[in-house]
Each structure stands twice: as structure tokens, then as C-alpha cells.
Design a protein around this ligand. Sequence first.
Ligand code: HEC
Ligand code: HEC
Length: 497
Amino acid sequence: MFVAAGPRGALLPLALVAWGALAAACGSKSTAPGATPSGDGGAAADAAPADAAPPSYPVVTLPAEPQRAGDPKKGYQALVNAPYVPCGIPRSAYDRVFSAAPADSRLPDRDPASAALPYNFTAYTTKEGVALVTSNCLSCHAGRLQGKLVVGLGDAAGDFTSPVAQQKQIFEAVGLLLTDPKEIAEWQKWKERVTVVAPYNHLDTRGPNPADAFTATLFAHHDRKTLAWLTQPALPVPPPQDLPVDVPPWWRMAKKNTMFYVSAGRGDHARHMMTASILCISSVAEAEAIDAWFGDVRAYIASLAPPKYPFPIDQAKAARGKTVFDATCSRCHGTHGAGGSYPNRLISLPEIGTDGLLASGTAQFAGPFVEWHNQSFFGQTARLEPQQGYVAPPLDGIWATAPFLHNGSVPTIAALLDSTKRPRYWTRTFDSSDLDQVGIGWNFTVVDHGKDGESDGKKKAELYDTTRPGYGNAGHTFGDRLGDEDRASVLEYLKTL
Ligand code: HEC
Ligand code: HEC
């Protein structure tokens, strides 16, 4: 039987699938009109190579929009206890495969039914009385640092490389553990949805996240007006494509006016955040019930502060670094600390020069899906307006958020600030204690070949190959012209944020 055939870990990919799907909401992207210059007059002098006539780029400032008030405490309670992704695996099947989560995978202040579940699962009993284990935001939005779980840190060790056929076998295997007709009905509902998502829930590389590739499929499988689930998609869905995204830390939302790397998330942030429920919901009424308290979840997310750098800092060096940072980096990233200000700038693709796949709109993120969103329940208060560029993020807690750039293509800040040091092919241990305290980021090993030259499956999945589409590590060369001393002091300063 399943339990004998598959060890405990065999259900893990299943968990990732379900959770991947709920992140769908987090990653909607689309081709859309280009950014509009706001003309605040800043010139992009240091954005160009130090050659003859540096091009000038439009300065795009992303405006603040009103957000719903909410109670951060209630928001945390809802985040860890409420069934906002209301479909999943019957609890009886779950309990046959998994025992109680170890202490370091549990969360404080959970309801009794969820208390012994790992942080990324939430218990839910349906109206019909079926006990389920559902997924939640933290499978992607909690990560480990030195072994300790940090809520709001993007998971940089996620593994979405398991083959689609294997995912589907696991979905089927859950059914073998069930006999109760009501449980079987819930399993079938869940299975149908995760099966639709499975082909899009796949990346060839461990670390980055496929969430941005799901949304189109889930939009297509819901009626735009009623949100009823459609077995056949109402919109043509393009074939699956690797679209690697590094999960951003939540604490940035304290400063950011828009959500997502390409600033697609406009309007009511809480409504964007609750879009994750689309994996399971089948009606506007269900969506409204969840939306009613998502203002609290947003308030919690916007209240988060980054973890403090845990190792010694050379304060004098950091103070020199602040001066260099404020002169070289702050026009995009803002100034930090007391009296700091954050400009909410979108940097166009030609100016930033980083991998363009996410910001150019892949096939599945084309106009029809943005339209679907903006004309649906979600579009009532929130808008998707993806741009052809990337937001320069606030750098609070940046020491904790390796790897760097939107696709996680650069393992350390030292390499980000000197593009000649960026490894073309690299790997890491995925051990959250394997931190590089000098370069800031993950310790990494340079590999002398790309994925095509690797025959070992595990090594291949753990090899970051920057020559693959979407995985490029070019651009953001603003640190290249710093002298070694200035660069080192900027690194020291970044530890203090
Ligand atoms: C399967 C992984 C996954 C799950 C589950 C998930 N997200 Fe995300 N989330 C992402 C990724 C990836 C991004 C970045 C997408 C982008 O910017 O293109 C993101 C972006 C965000 C952002 C924007 C951050 C920023 O700096 O712009 C917020 C806020 C967020 N998610 C909240 C949530 C909430 C709340 C939930 C649960 C209801 C959730 N996410 C579930 C993967 C996930
Ligand atoms: C012209 C605007 C601009 C300037 C100047 C600039 N940056 Fe950036 N920076 C960006 C943008 C945009 C991104 C996101 C790019 C992406 O993800 O593809 C970014 C990303 C980063 C990241 C990675 C963030 C993450 O979570 O992956 C770090 C670290 C960073 N910048 C540091 C610096 C430092 C230090 C300087 C000064 C030496 C600097 N930047 C100068 C625009 C700028």
C-alpha cells in the first residue's frame, strides 16, 4: 500500500504542489503597457556603463494607494489558523502518513486542530464535517536561517523539480487511503485542481519558486463572473514554461506601494493577497467571506520587521558604507534607518539589465489573464498592471534574503556588486547555516559545467545554470565601479539594515 511503498517524505511533493498552487495568486504577471514616466527629473547617470554618453531613462515612481485598515494580531491568527485555501487532503489520510510535526516546525498561537501540524499546513473542517489538512501561505513565505524558521522570509530552499507524472501518482495515492464517501468527494475536488496546476508547478532548478506560472491556469479554470470551477479552461492556456522567481520577504510590504517584482499588484493589497484562495474556491460568496478579514492579514504582513544580523558588525566601516550607499544606491533603493525614505521606483528593463523573462510577459501571462483578473471579483478593488521593469526593493534585512535578484541568480551581495564575480554555474548545500559572512549570502561552489553536462539527477536539480532562459544573472552593474574598499564598506553597511 501507499504508506509502505512511499516513505513519509513521499507526501512532501504533494504538499508543495498544493501550496504552489495557492501562491498562484501571488505571482500574476502579464504583458501590459509599459511604465509611464512620472518625470520627477532624476537622471540615471550611474546606470550606464562609464562610457561616452550615458543614456537617460525615465524615472517611474509608483504611487501609494489607500489600503484597508486591519489588526495585525488578528491577521497573524488568521494566517496560521484560517482556511483561506479551503480544499485539501482528508485529515485521516494525512494522519496515516505523518506524525506530529517536530517542535521547530510548529508555530505559536495556533488553534488546537492545527497546533501539531507543521507551519505550512492548516486544519479545516468543512460544513459537511470533513476534516481536511489544507495549505497556507507559509510553505513559500517562511524560510529557515541557521535552522530557525522565520515567518515572512521567502523559502530559498524549495524544491519544485519533481516530475509532473510523480506528482500525479502522489495525488492518486492519497485516494487509496480513503473509504468515506464524503472524504473521497473532498479528495476528488482537491485532486482535480492540483492536477490542473501540476504541469505549471515545475522548475528544473531547486531554490526558485514557480508561483508566477500558475495563476493563468487557475484564472482560466474559473468562470470570470461567478468564480465557478470549470473543468475545461475558458481561456487558452499556453504550454508550461520555466519561470523561476525568488520568493521576496514579506517585511518589504511595510514600505512598498505595489506588490510583486514587476509592480503588477496595484490597488487593494489585501485583495491581491487573498487571491491565493483561487485554488479551491468556487463562488464569489466564498471569496467574499475570506476577503472580509484579509485586511487583517495585510496589516500583519505590513507590520513585520526583518531579523537582525546575528554576527559582529564593524560599525566604523558600516558608517563609511552608508555614505557610499547614500551617494550611489539610494536614488533607487532609498535611505534606511531613522529618517530614511523609500522612493518606490520601477526601473525599466533597459536600465536594470537583469533577466527580462519575468518582466516581458511570458505567453501564459499575456493580456487575457490580466483582463480576466481585472474584470473578476479580484478586479473590483485590486488591479494587475505588470510593467516591463523591476521595482528597486527596500534593502531592509537584505542580509537574510539570499540568493539575489528576482530570479535568485546571484548567491551573494558581493557578487551582485561586482558582476565579474558572479558564477555562471553554481550550487549550494541548501543548509540554512551555510552563510557567507563576508560576501553576505549563501556559500556556494562554482561548477565547471551547465545542466546539460550533468548526468546526476540531484546534482542537476541543484545546479543553478545562468545560461538558461529566465535564469540569467546579468545586469544591475551599479556596484562595478566602486573601488574594493567602498564595496566592502557598503557590504558592511548592508548588514545593519
Ligand atoms: C507557492 C509559493 C507561494 C505561496 C503559497 C504564497 N506565495 Fe506569496 N509570493 C510568492 C512568490 C514567488 C512571490 C513573488 C511574485 C512576484 O513578485 O513576481 C510572492 C509575492 C507575495 C507578496 C508580494 C511581496 C512583494 O515584495 O511584492 C505578498 C505580499 C505575498 N506574496 C503574500 C502571500 C500571501 C498572503 C499568501 C497566502 C495567502 C501567499 N503569498 C502565498 C510565492 C508564494
Ligand atoms: C538604477 C536603480 C538602482 C541602483 C542605482 C541600484 N540598484 Fe540595486 N536594484 C535595483 C533593482 C531594480 C533591483 C531588482 C532587480 C531584479 O530583481 O532583477 C535591485 C536589486 C538589488 C539587490 C538585490 C535585492 C534582492 O532581494 O534580490 C541588492 C542587494 C541591491 N540592489 C543593492 C544595491 C546597491 C548596494 C547599490 C549601490 C551600489 C544598488 N543596488 C544600486 C535598482 C538599483
